[in-house]
Unconditional design. Structure first.
Length: 127
């Protein structure tokens, strides 16, 4: 009889642990922004290395913002924690023959759960 008094609480504890310890995978929202030079806004030129990419705005919650530079492939990658529709702004400035040239671009991106969402931004020269 004493064996049952020890065995029953162990079985109940095992069932409770099984029921309340479900392992749920954390959902992520990865994004990849690619920046390209463009002369007309509809043509695609070379990728831009070192462009500043800003996702979100100043008045957005911190978890809905990201800022960084494009890598050697012209891409900026980031992973968000929540689904959202976010604004993207990009800038790139360089000096050529003493003349400062600034390129800008903008767009929007909808984050999708566990899917890498790619957005190409065509950057045109600001006059």
């Amino acid at each position: 009889m004493k064996k049952y008094f020890v065995f029953i609480p162990i079985v109940i504890a095992a069932v409770l642990i099984f029921l309340f310890s479900r392992c749920e995978k954390e959902v992520t929202y990865p994004v990849k922004v690619i920046c390209n030079f463009s002369e007309t806004g509809i043509d695609t030129g070379a990728v831009i290395v070192g462009a500043t990419v800003t996702i979100g705005k100043d008045n957005y919650a911190p978890f809905a913002q990201a800022t960084g530079l494009t890598d050697a492939t012209g891409a900026f990658k980031y992973t968000f924690q929540y689904e959202a529709l976010l604004d993207i702004t990009t800038t790139y400035t360089y000096i050529e023959d003493g003349v400062t040239r600034t390129y800008i671009g903008a767009g929007q991106i909808k984050l999708m759960p566990d899917q890498l969402v790619e957005k190409t931004i065509l950057m045109i020269e600001q006059q």
